[in-house]
Design a protein. Sequence first.
Length: 298
Amino acid sequence: MSFASSGSLRRVASGLRADLRRGLWLGLLCALCALCAAACDDAPAERPRSFGGARPVTLQAPPTLEEGREYPLVLVLHGYGANGFLQQAYFGLGDLATRGDALVLAPEGTLDAGGRQFWNADPVCCDFGHLAPDDVGYLGGLVEDVADSWPVDPGAVFLVGHSNGAFMSYRLACERADLFAAIVGLAGNAASVPCQPAEPVSILHVHGTADDVVPYSGAVPSVTQWAGLDGCSGARTRGADTDLEAGLTGAETRTEATAGCPAGVAVDLWSMEGAGHVPTFGATFPQVAWQWLLDHRR
């Protein structure tokens, strides 16, 4: 899979927080409000909120739970050198829980020798120190533990990841297809090792054509790989262009969907012409990404 050098990725990671701060203050405020609301809501007190053991993460939940309703569960996976809070704010997903739409987890990776958090996603990204944490076990365990205590819709467990988090989303789709119905991956590639998912997983691959960290050249092979894994028999067909990148003029994002997939399964590619590794998303992205996930429940 095409991937920039680890040195290049580390340089990007060192400036990632500054990049994310551009235009994100409102998103950070919304995410903070979501976290506060999750900590202070009136959901049943006996339900645990902290999961993950030595790597704890607080579940964000609706203020009240509707009797008999099962809720989607969304895991937000940060990029290399970022963290769960920043990543959730960047994606604009901070109010999914407070609106009552979903349960949300934004877990943290493992610190490497340089003090940067990473996921052990793939040989090319991003366990540069060879620490080998069992992130498949950790993240899969989070889902299972939350589902034991909260009303999770088993057909609506989703992953949204950026860069290293998108690589990790692809790995989980390979190894825990029993848990995850669909992923939205931004600027990360599919597995560079053999992948045998137990069942189809819907894939939305989002990538900037000017990405100089995880080059766009890996996007089409990733989508082609998953079209085969999911049993899709047709070619990609172009849909309507859309405007996702607030810093670019016009509808810069070319959408393509793979034809001939099994019922309810999608393998889509959204190419952001001229966008880099950390696109500046407008208000449209969280809306369309969330709707895409809802449209691809099992």
